[in-house]
Ligand binder design. Structure first.
Ligand code: ATP
Length: 357
């Protein structure tokens, strides 16, 4: 297994810069998610690690070995794509065996290795079938088995679960994570699904417009977003944002006075900033009836989710979403206050949309 280092990677397609000076270190045995919206450059970065794309500038290292000019077949990476691309005319056994055949591994050794990896993925009873005789989830496991059978240094996955239905996704994602840890393999996982990234990854790199905005463990990117974009991209529903003006000791949010959270008191003074965006997560607030200290507004809608409900509150035209326990009853238009959990508030510079620091 190896550590992967990306040093200042730029990738241009003609005039278009798909990756802009990306630097990232993926530790040995780490599960790194590349998370970002469509077109942000996630796949381009993955294929650059695989060697399918050559960076326009910058270097890539596997441990201390510079692999920038090494062709894909000599990098010992396992690739799993979104559309699993199994060979339709080959049985499952031969699909999995294929990378070993290419390497001219002896037949009995191939047989052993295929069986072992098939057992790990619980597909040992499918080895005699053709891909068209498999369900989507099974095909996907075969594709993962084929990537793992050659014992790659790095496993690269490009939205491997996106063709599965919701339930199967949850099942396979738990299994994939377990497998990655069991094998102690370095993995890079491309996804636009924030829940998947939070659930699976040791660390998440959030990408937008070919740039990495933030790298951190799931808690860090979720609770301490460095950009408004990151707060708004993670979470379901995502982080709430309201505009605020810094006054002496409080924040004015559409006429509501919110004390400046203790963690920001010194900082806003030092920065002398006036216009900020206040961000808070739907779980880090509560809705109380009537007027209190917080964001005063009216109930716009409520969505029961079983154990809890999401209340949308209209605060002077801005709308914020807050989780509330299942038993509480609200009516449309009812006057309420959204009370914020102070220590979880994040303030962003209104102009740069960067978290104050
Ligand atoms: P998605 O989730 O939609 O797959 P992504 O984040 O993986 O998106 P990439 O596929 O890496 O995004 O693409 C990043 C940008 O680079 C896009 O704007 C895309 O149009 C562009 N791009 C990717 N490959 C090429 C190519 N071979 N030639 C020209 N432009 C490309």
């Amino acid at each position: 297994m190896v550590k992967v280092t990306l040093d200042n990677i730029t990738k241009r397609f003609g005039d278009f810069e798909a990756l802009k000076r990306v630097s990232l270190e993926i530790a040995d045995k780490e599960f790194m998610a590349l998370l970002g919206p469509s077109g942000s450059g996630k796949s381009t970065l993955l294929y650059t690690i695989a060697g399918i794309y050559k960076p326009t500038s910058g270097r890539i290292y596997f441990d201390d070995r510079d692999v920038t000019d090494v062709p894909p077949k000599d990098r010992n990476v396992g690739l799993v794509f979104q559309n699993w691309a199994l060979y339709p005319h080959m049985k499952v056994f031969d699909n999995i065996a294929f990378p070993l055949e290419l390497r001219k591994v002896p037949k009995d050794e191939i047989s052993k290795k295929v069986k072992k990896v098939a057992e790990m993925l619980h597909i040992e009873n499918l080895l005699d079938r053709y891909p068209w005789q498999l369900s989507g989830g099974q095909q996907q496991r075969v594709a993962i088995a084929r990537a793992l059978v050659k014992e790659p240094d790095v496993l690269l996955l490009d939205e491997p679960l996106s063709n599965l239905d919701a339930l199967l996704r949850l099942e396979v994602r738990a299994e994939l994570k377990r497998l990655q840890k069991e094998l102690g393999i370095t993995a890079v996982y491309v996804t636009h699904d924030q829940a998947e990234a939070l659930a699976m990854a040791d660390r998440i790199a959030v990408i937008r417009g070919g740039e990495i905005l933030q790298v951190g463990d799931p808690d860090e990117v979720y609770y301490k977003p460095k950009y408004r974009f990151v707060g708004g991209f993670l979470g379901s529903p995502p982080m709430n944002f309201v505009e605020a003006e810094v006054q002496d000791s409080y924040l004015d949010v559409y006429g509501n006075k919110i004390p400046i959270p203790p963690q920001y008191r010194e900082l806003v003074k030092k920065l002398g900033i006036r216009e900020v965006i206040l961000g808070f997560r739907p779980h880090d607030a509560e809705v109380v009836k009537g007027k209190a200290e917080g964001l005063f507004g009216t109930v716009y809608s409520f969505e029961p989710l079983g154990r809890e409900q999401i209340i949308t509150v209209s605060v002077n035209g801005a709308s914020v979403k807050v989780f509330a326990p299942e038993g509480e009853h609200f009516t449309f238009g009812e006057q309420v206050t959204v009370k914020l959990r102070e220590d979880r508030i994040i303030l962003f510079d209104k102009k740069t949309e960067k978290a104050l620091e």
